[in-house]
Design a protein around this ligand. Structure first.
Ligand code: FAD
Ligand code: HEM
Length: 400
């Protein structure tokens, strides 16, 4: 006992204690190596192979959520989750990355939670598969910068020799992840918003409306990606809005569930603000198809009914393309697009349960999918509306 006290006081450990410390250090090193090893797995760029799953397979699975391109089974973990199990009941089948990285909270007014490295380790143990349309890491630099409105920039990132393969129907509505170890945020791939592409398509639609010959051009570069970024004056959006030309940018994509379009369905979408971007490349594709410029084809039985809400015309995004395509649809008697606009806080046509229910009328609900993509408050209101409506009628809806 005395020896023990001496050892403690003098700082010289007794031999039993030395043995204990050696073992402790050994386990500490082992723990460090294990954590380090798992952390490296967490770098989403690292090659770890999982079972590849299509979005349709993911949608049929019980109790799974999607994080970037990983499919996680949360059925058991949800009961241990420090943030509560109920969250996962509301998120079945959904992409949770925006909540997980702390960009959004599930309820408006509640502070988002950015998860720790420990959470990353736990998350890795829940992976049951990977979305088959995989994203990868890119190193690029900004080659084009423009203004969409006073608060919003458009940037085109050259991916050098790499290609992100965004010209496929499978990647419509997907996003890229931009950030560093501390913060990660999602930005929708919107290649049609590249200023030269956008202007050229408007001109082509105009030519067609006015009976002029449509000039062909090579409007899409496969080795660049265009993003539209609203400036929230903090975080990643500030960085991207203030970045100069030639600024290097690392990104990962395409990620998320995307629109997962079916050739014979009607998509009724309610979008607000930058949420419209999820549909811009689809509208551009439909327009190019109508002008016989598109190599990718969406079947004649497909229809997009877009309900769009902006604060004002001045703060709108992509509106001239949406309106021009609507004009072309009317002129050519096409049946694959409808546009319904609302601005600001107009009471007329306010979005909620009544407005959503009106859209059911005269529709084959088995072939209709309702999608919601807007700012948090709008998403919450429409999520509740569709949740209640789904008790009355069999509908398919998703809040993106
Ligand atoms: C799948 C997906 C695709 C997205 N695509 C785009 C896109 O194409 N263009 C784009 O600009 N943004 C897009 N976002 C939003 C984007 O990921 C960021 O959330 C946003 O840029 C704010 O990040 P930040 O780091 O700049 O600011 P933060 O520090 O995260 O937020 C700054 C402030 O803005 C508020 N805020 C953040 N986002 C919103 C919002 N959407 N509506 C209202 N208030 C908000 C926050 O509550 C906070 O007070 C997308 C999000 C998701 C999940
Ligand atoms: C499968 C994915 C997830 C895992 C593995 C996970 C894990 C964790 C862990 C370990 C914590 C403790 C704090 C930390 O270490 O970061 C935590 C806290 C929290 N999580 Fe998650 N989480 C997941 C998804 C989500 C989602 C999608 C949401 C929100 C929609 C969420 C909301 C929260 C909240 C609110 C807390 C804070 C609880 C508190 O301290 O009061 N989590 N999570």
């Amino acid at each position: 006992m005395g020896g023990m006290r001496y050892a403690e006081i003098s700082g010289i450990p007794k031999y039993e204690t030395i043995g204990f410390q050696v073992i402790s250090v050994f386990f500490l090193i082992l723990f460090y190596l294990e954590v380090n090893h798992r952390m490296q797995g967490i770098d989403l760029g690292k090659k770890v192979s999982y079972r590849l799953l299509t979005i349709d397979e993911v949608d049929k699975m019980e109790q799974v959520v999607v994080l970037d391109n990983l499919v996680l089974d949360v059925s058991k973990y949800k009961w241990e989750h420090p943030g509560g199990a109920f969250l996962f009941d509301q998120l079945k089948g959904r992409d949770i990355s925006k909540f997980y990285y702390g960009g959004y909270s599930l309820e408006a007014g509640v502070k988002p939670v950015k998860h720790s490295k420990i959470a990353d380790i736990v998350m890795r143990t829940l992976v049951v598969g990977e979305i088959s349309w995989k994203g990868k890491n890119f190193e690029g630099h900004i080659v084009v910068k423009g203004e969409v409105n006073k608060l919003t920039s458009v940037i085109t990132i050259d991916l050098r020799k790499d290609s992100i393969e965004v010209e496929q129907i499978e990647s419509l509505g997907k996003h890229v992840l931009i950030g560093n170890n501390n913060e990660k945020r999602q930005y929708t791939i919107a290649n049609s918003m590249r200023p030269s592409t956008y202007e050229s398509l408007l001109e082509q639609i105009n030519d067609s409306i006015n009976g002029r010959k449509v000039q062909r051009d090579s409007i899409v570069q496969s080795n660049d990606v265009t993003l539209v970024v609203k400036n929230y004056k903090t975080g990643i959006s500030k960085f991207l809005n203030e970045a100069p030309l030639s600024q290097p940018v690392s990104l990962r994509g395409p990620l998320g569930k995307g629109l997962n379009l079916k050739q014979d369905e009607t998509v009724v979408a309610f979008v607000g603000g930058t949420g419209v971007l999820v549909f811009m490349d689809l509208v551009a594709l439909l327009a190019r198809q109508a002008l016989n410029l598109s190599p990718t084809q969406i079947g004649n039985a497909f229809k997009l009914i877009l309900h769009v809400s902006f604060e004002s015309r001045a703060q709108s995004i992509g509106l001239s393309l949406l309106e021009k395509y609507q004009e072309l649809v009317q002129k050519k008697g096409l049946n694959n697009f409808e546009l319904h606009l609302r601005f600001g806080d107009e009471d007329e046509g306010k979005w909620g349960k009544e407005y959503a229910k009106k859209q059911f009328k005269g529709r084959d609900l088995a072939k209709t999918r309702f999608l919601v993509c807007g700012p948090p408050k709008m998403n919450a209101v429409l999520n509740r509306a569709f949740e209640e409506l789904s008790k009355e009628e069999k509908i398919r809806y998703e809040v993106l």
